[in-house]
Design a protein around this ligand. Structure first.
Ligand SMILES: [Zn+2]
Length: 381
């Protein structure tokens, strides 16, 4: 019965495309999914707030609140999906299709399915008033810029103390992930005839020194920061691409490097900027060359919920599994910034996310309903 309700809600959510992409031609907006969730939750007694994302009429966050008090629970997720290539799918990505005990569809597991399950799970709690608020929070643009979650800095979730970010983890609780910083360095020198180095200022020579300095920084960071919970326990710094010069017999006038750093919990993204700048400045001065540093995207903080925090203890009890770490980034750090104890835990597997033939296994539904109901009972009941 509850599985049927989840199935029909998920069918409707999957039918509403909400692809988010950094490529404007593929970007769709999520407003239809937000409005659908609001239309389901309002008749159940939820107070609805739809918060537009600045500059994007097709995008919004939803905060739906039932009850009042303090110590309540936020059930959070993103409503956007990654783009998909229909030709690689065995069924229509926007038509939920059941086969072999699985529900196939774009966003079925990452993560429209979570919302369908949440709405089914909360139904028994509508009969009598809650002691603390239950908040359903749905965001935009998690898969691209995280602008939805970023704009929550000023969101009012007063009365809530705990948050579940329902990303697909196979219902295993996750209490930490690394952060991401992506940077571009542009070195502008002066080109000239290669026969005489004094005729120019070689940007590639300078980049060589910058890269040596960054490799040194990588070692220092690895010595200073370690987290045994991750399969790669240290921060990483990866040189991703480099472009410079045009001809073997011309002094290289310009060189550009893109790299990313995966930070461990406890590292500060702002402090990292200063450390990178400390590598660049001496090279720029010594070589009298222009070196620019810029962010390729707004950084994302690393996330860790202490192992002894109340929500971690509770979900470990409810699932019978110790809280682990995940290799992907989530909106969790933004919920922590709102003062919420935050756990990442949801139905479905990340292995199926961002893949053709994405699916949610049917046997994930009831266990997720059980865990969510126990949490709602504990924090709001
Ligand atoms: Zn996701």
């Amino acid at each position: 019965m509850s599985t049927n309700n989840v199935l029909s809600m998920l069918t409707e959510l999957v039918k509403l495309p909400s692809v988010s992409s950094t490529l404007p031609s593929r970007d769709m907006g999520n407003i239809k999914v937000i409005e659908r969730l609001a239309n389901w939750l309002e008749p159940l007694g939820f107070a609805i707030r739809i918060l537009p994302i600045a500059g994007n009429p097709n995008k919004a966050n939803l905060i739906a609140t039932l009850g009042s008090g303090s110590g309540g629970l936020v059930l959070a997720g993103h409503t956007d999906t990654v783009p998909c290539d229909d030709s690689l799918w065995h069924s229509d990505p926007f038509a939920l299709t059941e086969r072999d005990g699985r529900l196939y569809g774009l966003g079925s597991t990452d993560m429209k399915g979570f919302f369908a399950i949440v709405i089914e799970a909360l139904k028994p709690f509508l009969e009598k008033p809650l002691n603390a608020p239950l908040i359903i929070l749905a965001t935009a643009d998690e898969e691209s810029s995280m602008d939805g979650a970023r704009s929550l800095v000023h969101a009012d979730v007063s009365g809530a103390r705990y948050a579940v970010v329902g990303e697909p983890t196979g219902l295993k609780p996750m209490r930490a992930h690394k952060g991401i910083v992506m940077k571009g360095i542009t070195i502008t020198g002066r080109s000239g005839h290669s026969s005489n180095p004094l005729l120019g200022n070689n940007a590639m020579d300078a980049m060589h020194e910058v890269m040596s300095g960054l490799m040194q920084l990588r070692q220092e960071l690895a010595l200073k920061y370690q987290h045994p919970g991750f399969s790669v326990p240290t921060p990483t710094l990866n040189f991703g691409c480099i472009h410079g010069g045009d001809n073997p017999n011309r002094i290289c006038g310009q060189c550009e490097l893109h790299f990313d750093i995966r930070t461990t919990p406890g590292m500060d993204n702002g402090e990292l900027d200063a450390l990178i700048q400390k590598v660049l400045t001496p090279v720029a001065e010594r070589r009298a060359i222009n070196i620019g540093l810029r962010a390729l995207m707004p950084g994302l903080a690393a996330y860790e919920e202490p192992e002894n925090s109340d929500i971690v203890t509770l979900v470990e009890q409810l699932t019978g599994q110790p809280a682990g770490t995940v290799g992907f980034a989530t909106e969790a750090p933004f919920f922590q910034q709102l003062g919420l104890q935050t756990i990442v835990m949801g139905p479905g597997s990340i292995d199926q996310a961002h893949q053709p033939d994405e699916f949610m296994a049917l046997d994930q539904i009831q266990p997720t309903i059980d865990v969510l109901q126990a949490m709602i009972q504990r924090y709001c009941g």
